[in-house]
Design a protein around this ligand. Structure first.
Ligand code: G3H
Length: 247
């Protein structure tokens, strides 16, 4: 079974109820996309977006707590995301790893919680610019994969997103060869560790736009994208979905 293609949007801390009109536009323009489509809005919009998506676009959270319930003000449990209509959750995004000092072990624990709640964990890895400049990229990615992806990961419950920190929101992207090098490493590591690691979907994220999507989706082992800014508007995300469908 080949990895499923996934166009994933991360709305980060953007969007209000008025933004749900974008879902209607996406459904109108891409009624039967040739790939899975996922949008991860702020938690405030999960329930309403799930209703708007009519089961045609998957909905996800942007983080979850490792525990199932308790005194954790401001946090959300994986089962609560599922209760609100989510099927996926982004974990270990660099903005969480940096702003909230999340460790690989914490990302792995959250991933286990996500799996136990029946969610697909979209686990993010990526090097900083300093690490790339120091020639450490492959070591960093290997270590993050080993530490962040739990033993129970399968192709059905886990997606890996490679997001170079320096490419996020900057308009800069790695070369195709650089993306290919990291994705080949990830495929090799996952295939060595998991029985169905060859089927685990691997996404690229970081300044994916309508204008560069087709080139990125032609890179071996790139099965889709995790898109930030360009996922907020249907007029941008739609062409990215179309490029992935055609890839
Ligand atoms: O989760 C998405 C990534 O951080 C990419 O964001 P961007 O497409 O705005 O660069």
């Amino acid at each position: 079974m080949a990895p499923r293609k996934l166009a994933a949007g991360n709305w980060k801390m953007n969007g209000t109820l008025a933004s749900l009109a974008e879902i209607g536009r996406l459904l109108a323009d891409h009624p039967a996309p040739g790939c899975d489509v996922l949008i991860c809005p702020p938690a405030t919009l999960l329930h309403a977006m799930a209703a708007s998506a009519q089961g045609k676009i998957a909905i996800g959270g942007q983080d979850c707590h490792a525990k199932t319930a308790g005194a954790h003000t401001g946090d959300i449990a994986a089962a609560q995301l599922r209760d609100a209509g989510a099927s996926h959750v982004i974990l270990g995004h660099s903005e969480r790893r940096t702003d909230h000092a999340e460790t690989d072990a914490q990302v792995a624990a959250k991933s286990v919680a996500a799996h136990e709640a029946g969610l697909v964990a979209v686990i993010c890895v990526g090097e900083t610019e300093a690490q790339r400049d120091a020639g450490q990229t492959l070591d960093v990615i290997s270590a993050q994969l080993a530490g962040s992806v739990p033993d129970g990961a399968t192709a059905a419950n886990t997606v890996i997103a490679y997001e170079p920190v320096w490419a996020i929101g900057t308009g800069r992207t790695p070369t195709s060869d650089q993306i290919a090098e990291v994705h080949a490493l990830m495929r090799e590591r996952l295939s060595a560790r998991f029985a169905d690691g060859a089927d685990m979907a691997l996404l690229y994220g970081g300044s994916v736009k309508p204008g560069n999507a087709a080139e990125i989706f032609a890179i071996p082992h790139v099965n889709g994208a995790l898109v930030g800014g360009a996922s907020l508007k249907a007029e941008d995300f739609g062409p990215i979905i179309a490029a992935l469908s055609a890839a």
